[in-house]
Design a protein around this ligand. Structure first.
Ligand SMILES: Nc1ncnc2c1ncn2[C@@H]1O[C@H](COP(=O)(O)OP(=O)(O)OP(=O)(O)O)[C@@H](O)[C@H]1O
Length: 257
């Protein structure tokens, strides 16, 4: 089976231009392969670059070196009969925006509040952008808000005044509303109580069961132990799947469209 995403020899150094051009080599020779139906958890000490790697996989940071290959299923491309590979390291902003709409979901612990938009609308929005009919989108949004224990009397209100945990749960509902093939989770359970964290674990396991590839950061070890299929150790930067399959990954690199 081919991976859904392959990061090869990723390097990223931040240069702080307003601080004497100090440079911080944050990602060095990171190799990672992510397969459909599994959850890879980024593991390493504070400051080891977990968030930076996750943001890089979302296309937030331009890498200095390396490839970030993501599989483009044939059914998403009108002129292709086989899946092709797109290198996010060299992709255009337009291609990244399309990937974020259809392929890569992002769930952080903080909701970017959109003024005047109700919680229900916030959860429906990414579905509507993907052409899902309004009634179907509403039903799924309601189901997710219910699953995540967001009280029904809040659904029609804008989340600006919600508690931190309520905002976080609206954000998680939004992230899981579309069946993205790849989900990036940045500490989604960070400030949730145990019951709500268990609901998130259930959503993650359901996403894996439908074939989603997941990369996440989880500081709670009990959450990590329930969702992780593999750990990616930031210090070594090497994922066993990549080191064992060098030839296969070279052939994927050769097929970048
Ligand atoms: N945008 C940025 N500009 C400059 N330096 C950054 C930037 N983002 C992260 N860093 C630096 O990169 C290093 C890694 O940070 P990162 O947040 O990726 O680590 P982390 O492993 O997620 O840490 P934690 O577990 O504490 O959240 C830190 O030293 C941080 O200061």
């Amino acid at each position: 089976m081919e991976p859904f995403m392959v990061a090869k020899n990723i390097n990223k150094t931040f240069v702080l231009h307003n601080q004497g051009a100090a440079s911080l080599a944050v990602l060095q020779q990171q190799n990672l392969a992510i397969y459909a139906g599994e959850c890879v958890v980024l593991n390493g000490s504070s400051g080891s670059g977990k968030s930076s790697l996750l943001r890089t996989l979302y296309g937030n940071y331009q890498v200095d070196q390396g490839e970030l290959l993501i599989r483009q299923p044939a059914h998403q491309q009108s002129d292709q009969t086989e899946s092709t590979w797109l290198d996010m390291a060299t992709a255009s902003p337009r291609q990244i925006i399309k990937l974020r709409q259809q392929t890569i979901g992002w769930v952080s612990q903080f909701l970017r509040v959109i003024p005047r938009l109700s919680a229900l609308d916030i959860v429906m929005q990414p579905q509507l952008e993907n052409g899902i009919p309004r009634e179907q989108a509403k039903e799924k949004a309601q189901h997710l808000l219910h699953t995540l224990n967001v009280p029904e009397h809040l659904w029609q209100l804008a989340p600006a005044t919600f508690s931190g945990g309520e905002q976080q749960r609206v954000n998680i509902a939004r992230g899981f509303a579309v069946d993205y093939p790849l989900l990036l989770l940045d500490e989604p359970t960070a400030s949730l109580d145990q019951h709500n964290a268990e609901q998130v674990i259930m959503l993650i396991n359901q996403a894996k069961a439908r074939g989603a590839a997941i990369v996440g950061i989880f500081h709670d070890t009990w959450v990590r132990d329930q969702v992780a299929d593999r750990l990616h150790h930031m210090s070594s930067g090497t994922d066993l799947a990549v080191s064992q399959n060098q030839t296969e990954f070279q052939s994927i690199s050769d097929r970048v469209g």
